[in-house]
Design a protein around this ligand. Structure first.
Ligand code: ADP
Ligand code: MG
Length: 358
């Protein structure tokens, strides 16, 4: 496995503010990596650090084994695609694509040939003579990508490149970027605050919070075994439900607290606890099903029922609320008291204090 990019012990300060607090990521050649986390967690800082647009306080950046930590951006052979596209408004698509080549002294004829090749790859063949203002958002995004591809870089960096597009186009462009990545055999680092984007596009997902990596791994590893409550709540849609619970005398029964007026509900834990232990129980909405009469694990009052035709979302009238994601349609109505089944094997258990997975 050749490592294309290696970030070790990256620390970054902006004055007194400690923005990156020891980041380690190893990226094999050809991998698609997503950096995901809430706004302000340091994703763009990390990407800009990799591009050489920011200096770091300590740590090492290697590309193909070579230490490039102190090299200027143009020496790094990395291409960055931004949310704003950053196209030259007074140049045609073709000129935008070939600008970097012409700067390097590539002949007009050769630049033209390259532009046609890249236009073919990015679906811009009929648009080469247009100006950016004559393009849709998705087409501008393709020009920005084409401009990166034409440089044949060692890696592509994307900073929330789809956030300016409408929802349908975003889904379409996700697939296009991933296809392009595959066909180029590129190494890509993709920043997004959208965990669905990260999960669907990436081979390797890095979840960040407040300048720290909370967890990194394959998308389904993060979904199946989140290491703490933060990752558990961040990955997955709709988000995981969390309920406070106390272990009963037998150490196996967890008594769930659904707020003042609700009947106490219990669920069997797959692991044993000291009686009285305080546990946060995580339950994914898609792991809760409607129970046949008399067989329910828990019974809860229903607050809201929403349907899209293909799926039904039920929100309970409890504190905290529980979201239940049902396949297809359902007869459940607001105000009903409904029995739900939860497979104990699907529970995620977290320490109440440390929020770490148990
Ligand atoms: P993200 O891309 O995850 O939203 P950023 O990397 O842009 O986050 O920013 C991380 C933190 O560093 C934020 O709290 C932000 O306010 C701060 N920050 C970013 N750039 C600067 C800067 N040039 N000067 C001071 N603080 C900055
Ligand atoms: Mg950002």
């Amino acid at each position: 496995m050749t490592l294309q990019i290696e970030l070790s012990g990256i620390q970054k300060h902006y004055g007194a503010y400690h923005a990156l607090r020891g980041i380690d990521i190893a990226i094999p050649k050809g991998q698609f990596v997503a950096l995901v986390g809430p706004s302000g967690c340091g994703k763009s800082s990390l990407l800009r650090t990799l591009a050489g647009l920011e200096t770091i306080s300590s740590g090492t950046i290697r590309i193909e084994g070579e230490d490039i930590t102190r090299q200027p951006p143009r020496m790094r052979d990395i291409a960055m695609v931004f949310q704003s596209y950053a196209l030259y408004p007074h140049m045609t698509v073709e000129k935008n694509l070939t600008y970097s080549l012409r700067l390097k002294g590539v002949s007009k004829a050769e630049a033209r040939r390259k532009a046609e090749e890249i236009a073919q790859i990015t679906g811009l063949t009929t648009l080469l003579a247009r100006y950016p203002r004559e393009l849709s958002g998705g087409q501008r995004q393709r020009v920005a990508m084409g401009r990166a591809i034409i440089r044949n870089p060692k890696a592509f960096l994307f900073d929330e490149p789809l956030s300016n597009l409408d929802a349908a186009l975003r889904v379409h462009m996700r697939a296009e970027i991933r296809k392009l990545h595959n066909s180029l055999g590129a190494t890509s680092v993709y920043v997004t605050h959208d965990q669905i984007e990260a999960m669907t596009m990436a081979d390797h997902v890095v979840v960040m919070r407040a300048g720290v990596i909370e967890q990194q791994g394959a998308p389904l590893e993060l979904y199946d075994r989140p290491v703490n409550r933060f990752v558990a709540g961040f990955i997955g849609s709709p988000a995981m439900n969390f309920v406070a619970a106390i272990a009963a005398e037998d150490g196996r029964t967890l008594v769930l607290n659904f707020g003042g007026k609700s009947e106490p509900q219990t669920i069997m834990s797959p692991v044993a606890f000291t009686p009285g232990a305080r546990v946060t129980v995580g339950i994914r909405p898609e792991h809760i099903t409607l129970a046949p009469p008399g067989s329910s694990t828990i019974t809860l009052p229903v607050g809201i029922v929403e349907t899209t035709g293909s799926a039904t979302s039920v929100t309970t009238a409890t504190q905290p609320e529980m979201t239940v994601a049902l396949q297809g349609r359902s007869n459940v109505k607001a105000g009903d008291s409904v029995g739900f089944n939860i497979d104990p094997a699907s529970l995620h258990l977290f320490d109440h204090e440390t929020e770490q997975r148990l």
